[in-house]
Design a protein around this ligand. Structure first.
Ligand code: 1HE
Length: 272
């Protein structure tokens, strides 16, 4: 297992607090957090290690004004890769983003500025996306003479639908603000700091029993990959395990005793 304080982490910083909330920071702000091959390897290592560290939730944030400018185009240009080389690059991106999506721990992205190309592929692999009014989403691959290679055809199409993704790639269409929420690119639109909101959500999610979060943050994705018949079978098996866990007994008892909070909307809360 990687030592998260190891100096081999040059492009990513990881801090874990006493509540086991991890903050993972993209540290290439001077390059708009473009994803070079080294950063992808660090993401793989970090998201392999975090579940084993007993982390309860992750806030994914970025240095600088932009969340992530996607593929490191300069590295890609300089390396002049062969088709096979770039296929292997993409397979490492999939390894990293699958580790996030299927991690079993809630990963909440605090977005800002550009979330474009591979940056949107990274953002679409997390479980909750928080944007502010300056956050914008785009897939400029078409304009760059490229194609998505980090899972956008699955994850971004899954969020916004095939037709919107094709439009984004053909025309360079940019989504931001309420429209980005409406099409499914993010779940929260914040006037203040997205990191504060991401922390609030991470802390709330971390209150759930880890086994429930494991199911929510891995099984829903896995079940989506199955036929409905197999998915419903697997869901029943999973619910058999999760819904009988010892950690749920107190919560069920509290409900039965009428001491647990009821599920009711709070007065005049207007956040999305
Ligand atoms: C980069 C990258 C990058 C910035 N690769 N170095 N992604 C894109 O097409 C987006 C490309 N980036 C931009 O459009 C802009 O940089 C931003 C709108 C994100 C920010 O603009 P700005 O004016 O703040 O910064 P800048 O002056 O453009 O860039 C500052 C530095 O970051 C500069 O380096 P410097 O050494 O000259 O200071 C830029 O070269 C560097 N930089 N973005 C490399 N992307 C698996 S396939 C995925 C396919 C894709 O992701 S395609 C989409 C690529």
């Amino acid at each position: 297992m990687i030592d998260l304080s190891h100096p081999a982490l040059n492009n990513i910083d990881v801090e874990i607090d006493g509540d086991k909330i991890a903050v993972v920071t993209l540290m290439r702000g001077s390059k708009r957090n473009a994803l070079d091959a080294a950063t992808i390897e660090e993401l793989v290592a970090v998201f392999l290690a975090l579940p084993r560290e007993g982390v309860r939730a992750v806030v994914l944030r970025a240095e600088g004004d932009h969340f992530c400018a996607g593929l490191d185009l300069v590295e890609h240009f300089k390396k002049d890769r062969s088709p096979a080389d770039f296929m292997h690059v993409c397979l490492r991106w999939h390894e990293a983003f699958n580790k996030i999506e299927y991690s079993g721990i809630p990963v909440i992205a605090a977005l800002k500025g550009a979330v474009v190309g591979g940056g949107l592929e990274l953002a679409s692999s997390v479980h909750i996306r928080v944007a502010d009014q300056g956050t914008y989403f785009a897939l400029p691959e078409g304009q760059r003479g490229l194609f998505t290679g980090g899972g956008a055809t699955i994850r971004v199409a899954g969020l916004v639908g095939k037709a919107r993704m094709i439009d984004m790639m053909l025309t360079g269409r940019i989504y931001q603000g309420q429209e980005a929420v409406d099409v499914g690119l993010c779940q929260y639109l914040i006037d203040g700091n997205t990191e504060d909101k991401a922390f609030e959500l991470a802390r709330a999610a971390a209150e759930n029993p880890p086994l429930s979060n494991f199911a929510i943050c891995s099984a829903i994705s896995h079940l989506q990959n199955m036929s409905p018949l197999d998915a419903s079978y697997a869901e029943a098996v999973l619910a058999g395990v999760v819904n009988t866990q010892p950690a749920s007994r107190d919560r069920l008892e509290a409900f039965a005793n009428k001491t647990a909070a009821r599920v009711k909307p709070q007065n005049s809360k207007k956040e999305n």
